[in-house]
Design a protein around this ligand. Structure first.
Ligand code: SF4
Length: 277
C-alpha cells in the first residue's frame, strides 16, 4: 500500500473532533430556539460533532404531540475565535420518537375488501396483471373464447396476473390448508366432487367453482385439492355402512318359550237370560 493511498484512506474515515468551545456553548444554542415558548425546550440531551468547529446541540422537546422529538441547534465558530454563532435550528425525531406511518400511494394502501358498493377502482394503464386483448394471452381458454365470439376484450389477464391470483386462492380460505378442508375426510376433495365446476382456461387444471348450496364455499373458486364435509359422495359412503354395525332396535326373529296354561270352562246360568236378545 503506497503512502498516498494510506493518507487518502485515513482522511476519508477520520471522525470529526468535537470542538470544545462549540460544545460548551449550550446556552447560546438554547437561545437560538426563539420561536417557541421557553417552557417547550427541555433538558440539554447531547452534543454531536458534525465537522471541524461544527457541532449540534440536542434539547428535549416538550411540545404536546412531539413525544421523543428533539430540538437540534447547530453552531460553529471561525478559527482562532471563541465567538460561537448559530447555523440552523430544527426539530428532529429522536430514536424513540412517535412518528406517523410512512406515506403510501392510495393503490398500495388498498386492502382486499375495501371496495364498497358504488365505489370505483380504476386500474392503471401499466397494471402488470393485465395485457391488451389483441396480444396472445397465453391462456388457451381466452384465445378460444375470443376466436368464437369474433372480438376480444380490450384487456385480459396476463400470465403474472393469473399466477398471482392462483397463488392467492391456493393459500387462502379456499385452498387445501383452509381449516374446513383440513377437517374434511381425505377423500372428500373438490376435484372428485359432483358439485365442482371446473374453470375455463389455464386455471382449469387447479381450480373450479363450488356449486353446492349447502357448502360454505358455494359460489367461490376452490382448488381441486380443497374439500369439505358436503362432498357429493359423502351420503353414498354412509348408505353403504355394514348392517352389522347398525344398532338393533327390535329383535323379532327370536322365539320366546312360554308355559301353556289350561283355562276351565265357566258354567252358564240359564235363568240369567241372554243379554244379546
Ligand atoms: S361441496 Fe365441498 S367438496 Fe364439493 S366442491 Fe363444494 S367445497 Fe368442494
Amino acid at each position: 500500500m503506497g503512502d498516498n493511498e494510506r493518507v487518502s484512506r485515513s482522511s476519508t474515515t477520520r471522525a470529526p473532533r468535537l470542538d470544545q468551545v462549540c460544545a460548551a456553548a449550550v446556552e447560546v444554542a438554547r437561545a437560538g430556539i426563539g420561536e417557541v415558548d421557553p417552557a417547550d425546550v427541555g433538558e440539554h440531551l447531547t452534543v454531536v460533532a458534525e465537522g471541524d468547529r461544527l457541532v449540534t446541540h440536542f434539547f428535549e422537546c416538550r411540545l404536546p404531540g412531539y413525544q421523543g422529538w428533539r430540538w437540534a441547534v447547530t453552531v460553529t465558530r471561525i478559527p482562532r475565535s471563541r465567538s460561537v454563532t448559530i447555523c440552523e435550528t430544527v426539530l428532529l425525531p429522536g430514536p424513540d420518537a412517535l412518528l406517523a406511518p410512512g406515506w403510501l400511494p392510495w393503490h398500495e394502501r388498498l386492502q382486499p375488501g375495501d371496495l364498497g358498493v358504488g365505489d370505483l377502482l380504476p386500474t392503471s394503464a401499466d397494471d402488470e396483471r393485465l395485457v391488451p386483448g389483441y396480444l396472445y394471452s397465453d391462456d388457451p381458454g381466452v384465445e378460444e373464447a375470443a376466436w368464437e365470439i369474433g372480438l376480444g376484450r380490450s384487456r385480459v389477464m396476463s400470465r403474472e396476473g393469473r399466477m398471482d391470483t392462483a397463488q392467492r386462492w391456493y393459500d387462502g380460505d379456499h385452498g387445501p390448508a383452509a381449516p374446513i378442508s383440513v377437517a374434511a375426510p381425505p377423500a372428500a376433495r373438490c376435484g372428485t366432487c359432483g358439485f365442482y365446476l371446473p374453470l375455463a382456461g389455464a386455471l382449469r387444471q387447479a381450480f373450479g367453482v363450488c356449486g353446492n348450496f349447502y357448502a360454505p364455499d358455494d359460489g367461490r373458486a376452490v382448488s381441486a385439492d380443497h374439500g369439505c364435509g358436503a362432498h357429493s359422495e359423502t351420503l353414498v359412503e354412509s348408505a353403504e355402512a355394514p348392517v352389522e354395525e347398525m344398532p338393533t332396535a327390535y329383535d323379532d326373529s327370536a322365539v320366546e318359550a312360554v308355559e301353556a296354561v289350561t283355562v276351565a270352562a265357566t258354567a252358564v246360568d240359564p235363568a240369567a237370560g241372554d243379554d244379546r236378545s
